[in-house]
Design a protein around this ligand. Structure first.
Ligand code: T4K
Length: 397
């Protein structure tokens, strides 16, 4: 019988020589990228609505099927501009189980974030929790498609319509995903994508708002460029939200390989599914196979009553082996500042958020990870859990 490897957390050597990160960028075709950058240098047009940014916007419109795409320097600024241009103010209902940028884009504008709980299965806003939170001050709903899995779009549309609210989706994870056969990007007043380095399509830093609303798109274009209407006239307050040409070059090169990247992500998702299926207490979250998905996140729910090791311990076990698993979105926005101080009791109405945030573990995937890596990551988890179960059973714990 082969000798069982000693886990690094117990003093063995780490299984991996190099760190394996969640969110390692997919690097596209270098020659194509460098060619675009060379052309950019020849043109001496580096930013301010250049040809590469325009091409990226057109490409996104084609993928998503919207009339407008306004590219921005990142998704956080894109969210700030979209919510402001849509007229959100007063109170906006948001999930707490999301990246903190979803909440911060509102607080940055002195809009009150009203956190609503999520559905345990979809991990997205639970519409039944949203409607009771609507007050006279509520101006909108900002819902995230967490992991690219669509929020409860139809129900949120109905609530927004009933109460005259704006509805914007934080679609940072959801480029290339669909809902009812329609691409994410087409819903609500606007949707916001992220092209951060860690996203499956990346422009190093970048984001975009897509919408079918002509006026909203025009307002966002002005706001993205300090409010300039033309060379000398400023229409209203604005910021600098522009995407640079070099970021657009990276984004376009990444988009060239979008289908291949989805295929690579799906392959890795299937390997994880195969390797995790026999591990007690670990459940890989499912993607709806009848819809389009980008499979960019490998999200595992840890049921401590079965693993007999807490999620946080498993993450430490992996870190010791140089696998930098993440606890997204722990501990939930409501437990981060300024929200923790502003709303100290709000966790009482967010039991599902608290539960999900304490159980989820995100594992490395994308083109930087191969099949052997995944098999090894899962074997570390299997060994740790088997040991814990045996020890606790033996001791009657
Ligand atoms: N809404 C949602 C729902 C979001 O998830 C996000 C961003 C946003 C809005 C805002 O979008 P942007 O304004 O960023 O466009 C990371 C990303 O920075 C963030 O974009 C992303 N969500 C979030 C889920 O993940 P951190 O704080 O975990 O970043 P960091 O520096 O720890 O990097 C993550 C991992 O990626 C590390 O293991 C290292 C690795 N990495 C990172 C970079 C930048 C690399 O290997 N290479 C790299 O170049 O937030």
């Amino acid at each position: 019988m082969p000798k069982r490897r000693k886990l690094a957390i117990l003093g063995g050597s780490p299984l991996f020589a190099e760190k394996l990160h969640v969110g390692r960028p997919n690097i596209g075709d270098r020659a194509a990228l460098l060619e675009r950058i060379n052309q950019m240098l020849d043109r001496r047009w580096l930013t301010n609505d250049g040809p590469l940014v325009k091409e990226l916007e057109q490409t996104i419109c084609q993928i998503v099927g919207t009339a407008h795409c306004v590219a921005m320097c990142n998704a956080t600024v894109a969210l700030e501009i979209a919510t402001r241009a849509a007229g959100m103010s007063g109170e906006v209902i948001v999930p707490s189980y999301t990246f903190v940028a979803t909440a911060h884009c509102l607080s940055w504008q002195k809009i009150t974030t009203v956190f609503a709980d999520i559905d345990p299965e979809s991990q997205n806003l639970d519409p039944q929790q949203v409607e009771p939170l609507v007050t006279e001050r509520t101006s909108g709903i900002l819902a995230t498609h967490v992991w690219g899995r669509p929020a409860a779009i139809n129900d949120l549309h109905s609530i927004a319509k009933r109460h005259g609210l704006k509805l914007i989706f934080d679609a940072a994870h959801a480029l290339g995903c669909s809902f009812d056969g329609q691409m994410i990007g087409q819903f609500g007043d606007a949707e916001v994508f992220s092209f951060h380095a860690t996203k499956f399509i990346n422009s190093c830093e970048g984001g975009a708002v897509v919408t079918n609303d002509d006026d909203l798109a025009a307002r966002m274009r002005l706001m993205r460029n300090f409010g300039f209407l033309d060379l000398d006239r400023v229409e209203h307050v604005g910021t600098n939200g522009k995407m640079s040409e070099i970021c657009a070059a990276m984004g376009l090169t990444s988009l060239d390989q979008m289908n291949a990247t989805v295929t690579a992500n799906l392959e890795r998702y299937e390997i994880y599914k195969r390797e995790l299926q026999d591990i007690t207490g670990l459940r890989l979250i499912a993607y709806d196979q009848t819809e389009r998905n980008n499979f960019q996140y490998i999200v595992v729910d840890v049921d401590e009553s079965q693993t007999r090791l807490a999620r946080d311990v498993l993450v430490q076990v992996l870190h010791a082996e140089r696998v930098l698993a993440r606890r997204y979105f722990y501990p939930g926005c409501h437990r981060l500042e300024p929200y923790r101080t502003m709303f100290p009791q709000v966790g009482d109405r967010l039991p599902i958020t608290e539960r999900v945030a304490s159980r989820v573990m995100v594992l490395p995937t994308g083109t930087a990870v191969n099949e052997d890596d995944i098999v090894n990551i899962c074997s570390i988890l299997r060994t740790a859990i088997q040991c814990a179960v045996q020890i606790r059973d033996k001791l009657g714990l």
